[in-house]
Design a binder for this molecule. Sequence first.
Ligand code: DGL
Length: 272
Amino acid sequence: MAKSNKAPIGIFDSGIGGLTVVQAVMEHLPDENIIYYGDTARVPYGIKSIETVREYAIQITDFLLSQNVKAVLIACNTVSAAANKEVRAHCGDIPVLDVVAAGTNAALEMPAKSNSIGVIGTLATVNSETYEQSIHEKAPDKRIFSRACPLLVPLAEEGWTDNEVSRLVVAEYLQDFRDKNLDALILGCTHYPLFKEEITRYLSGSNTAVIDSALSIARMTKEILTEKGMLNTSGKQGEFHCFVSDKPQRFQTLAERFLGKKLNRIEISSLF
Ligand code: DGL
């Protein structure tokens, strides 16, 4: 049955990182209602097995479908790498967008200077070589340098995105990228845009575009909803409904800080 244009867009991640996508969707599609699910009880996903991440992803997809969403945005690179096909198969006719495709598109829009692209992500994302596949499908001659930066996820969940510790960790992880003259560095984990300022500062001088897939997936969502005649054009500010699997003390504070607005409804919905 066709969904109402007012049906919400479902967005999910392992934790707080997907809120970077929420923020971009709110900016680009202000009328859309959004349902977010952050699997805060089970974050991080990036150090877990593909099978486990798939199982979690399907549970969350089922939850979003039960909320009658009209589109699903996989705001997690680890899930995109591990369970993209499974989530799509599960959603049937409902459009599914993912951050790996979005990050790839945005990186390939950058002018080719050295013809190389850097990718940073979780261990699961980097080991899956999903970005290599996605980039090489469209640009087989690109050279790709990737590095897992697992410590950035707990730092982001802790709210340590702009202090001496985060500066040291960013510098340690990115030291090999500084002299590579990369066309682009893809932030291949939705937690990483929270360090974008620091990463951009660290790479300044190397002429590398820092790619945040949140903006790109928001643009792609607008295009696909427009194409399918599913855009919400009510002229009313969309509602945001946030679900988590556990409510850590800091989640509300951090979420409000990242989104720049008060959240009066964060509900716990355990899926297991
Ligand atoms: N933010 C997620 C990603 O884009 C997952 C981080 C994690 O849970 O390890 O990969």
